[in-house]
Ligand binder design. Sequence first.
Ligand SMILES: [Zn+2]
Length: 82
Amino acid sequence: MSSRQGLTCHEVVELVTDYLEGTLEDEDRRRVEEHLAICDGCTRYLEQMRETIRLTGRLTEEQIPEEQKQALLEAFRSWAAR
Ligand SMILES: [Zn+2]
């Protein structure tokens, strides 16, 4: 894999809070959006995060437990394997 390729799901999950907060560099934001365009798993994850923000009014790291991240990444892998 070269660095020119798109982000992995794991990288998108790591970046998504910054993405939603609007603190990403333009280049990173573009790469996240490119990934979202082709990945249902991350699109769902982003929607879930948006819903969390809508309900709580803010987003903190503790709202994304590591366990939940891992479960989502497992789900992404099984979707990708179909
Ligand atoms: Zn993805």
